[in-house]
Write a protein that binds this ligand. Structure first.
Ligand code: LLP
Length: 426
């Protein structure tokens, strides 16, 4: 994050605060959020998509303080469960700025969303259309909805694959005709307020080509709806997935460049199809919160294994960052509490869990004098780390400490063993 740097003694600082002070006050492991950086990223997205709407995808990381920051920076919020919705509402996010996703929202989740007055619900199945239509009818509400469509584009980093059909659980297939049928059903029932189509093609995407193919396919359906039904849908959502750099090898396009290309393709395609340009929205999660956080660990043991590699064990692991074990994700690590001029050695940063796959950083060169008591920082852990954290091995989940304007405060407290025991009955 932009507010993270080293002081004269080589100590990592965030917003001017040294990591040793953060450790002294809050302990380790801890997620450290550079809130100024988070807000700057939110603002950058808002500026890049000026005139359109940016929904922060709460699944990347959500708590009340972050909802408030996102709301203050003028963003909207994408939630995908009742729990995320409850957090958004508890933090005071205006309901009309919330979009509700999910392929299997329960009746009670849908009721809560309708009763709260969320701005839009992204419908994902014929069952859900029936359910939501009945619930909206009961309440005499004209709920705005988007139809989630799958366009046969799967994007990941630099590659994307475009096919005619989609074989996955989300949305309605454009190629297979289900998407048109879903649109027709909503128009025929005439209870829900159909605002537009939604497409999300993947995550950790580095260039715009996948978004461009998706936009073309969504807009082609939009034109088909106009031709068949005489209805021009006023909105289009192209989802999230903007990639970030986890290591120095990663080279994602800047959000502003992706925004420019996405806005242009929508404009050009609409001009070609004779459609009025719809309002565009996007749903970045990772790109807003990912780079704004790092995890601070303390090294507990250092073990050389047969001269092959040095295993550096930290006081957390796969319970606070499952991404390495689950996706083979790459991270980096750095000694945070001091400078070192020792030669680099090939190290593997591992956690404290009873499982050999408990790896935080698979390969990293650390100074040969790395030792117990050292602080280790792993950057880029803002997205899908705390939000996917577990209590495996009954390890309490770490706190989130936010630094803003040079002041640190806890925004999610550390879990305790009492918290864990509190769920046991009998
Ligand atoms: N919108 C929708 C409909 C989504 O399904 C997602 C992510 C997003 C937006 C936000 O995507 P982002 O901008 O954060 O890439 N746990 C995985 C990522 C799962 C993403 C699921 N959907 C990981 O740790 O990489």
């Amino acid at each position: 994050p932009s507010g993270v740097t080293r002081d004269g003694a080589g100590v990592l600082t965030v917003g001017g605060l040294g990591v040793q002070d953060i450790q002294a006050e809050h302990g380790t492991p801890a997620y450290v959020l550079d809130e100024d950086d988070l807000r700057a990223r939110a603002r950058a997205f808002k500026a890049a998509f000026a005139g359109h709407d940016v929904y922060y995808a709460g699944k990347a990381f959500l708590c009340r303080a972050v909802v408030r920051a996102i709301a203050e920076e003028g963003l909207f919020l994408d939630v995908c469960t009742g729990g995320e919705l409850a957090t958004a509402l508890a933090a005071g996010m205006p309901p009309q700025r919330i979009g509700f996703h999910g392929n299997n929202k329960s009746v009670s989740e849908l009721e809560r969303a309708l009763d709260a007055g969320v701005g839009r619900i992204i419908v994902d199945s014929f069952d859900e259309i029936d359910r939501l239509t009945a619930l909206a009818q009961d309440r005499n509400i004209r709920q705005p909805v988007l139809v989630r469509v799958t366009v046969g584009v799967e994007a990941h980093t630099h590659e994307f694959i475009a096919t005619a059909h989609e074989d996955q659980k989300f949305g309605f297939s454009v190629g297979g005709g289900a998407a048109f049928k879903a649109v027709a059903k909503i128009l025929d029932d005439d209870v829900l307020d159909l605002r537009g189509l939604h497409s999300h093609i993947g995550s950790q995407i580095f260039d715009a080509s996948g978004f461009e193919v998706a936009a073309r396919r969504v807009l082609a359906l939009q034109a088909q709806v106009r031709d068949a039904r005489g209805v021009e849908l006023p909105e289009i959502d192209l989802g999230g997935g903007f990639g970030i750099a986890y290591t120095t090898q990663d080279d994602p396009a800047a959000p502003a460049d992706l925004a420019e290309r996405m806005i242009k393709i929508v404009d050009d395609e609409c001009a070609a199809l004779g459609l009025a340009t719809p309002k565009l929205s996007v749903e970045p999660g990772r790109a807003i919160v990912g780079p704004a956080m790092f995890t601070l660990y303390e090294v507990g043991t250092v073990k050389d294994v047969d001269g092959l590699r040095t295993y550096v064990s930290v006081d957390g692991g796969m319970s606070d960052n499952i991404r390495t074990a689950l996706y083979g994700a790459s991270y980096s690590a750095t000694i945070a509490g001091r400078a070192s001029t020792a030669d680099p050695i090939l190290a593997r940063v591992v956690g404290k869990h009873c499982e050999s796959g408990d790896i935080v950083v698979k390969d990293e060169f650390l100074p040969a004098d790395v030792q117990p008591g050292d602080l280790l920082a792993v950057p880029g852990t803002g997205a899908y780390c705390r939000s996917m954290a577990s209590n495996y091995n009954h390890v309490p989940r770490p706190p989130v400490v936010a630094v803003r304007g040079g002041t640190a405060r806890v925004i999610v407290r550390r879990e305790t063993e009492e918290d864990l025991l509190a769920l046991d009955v009998g």
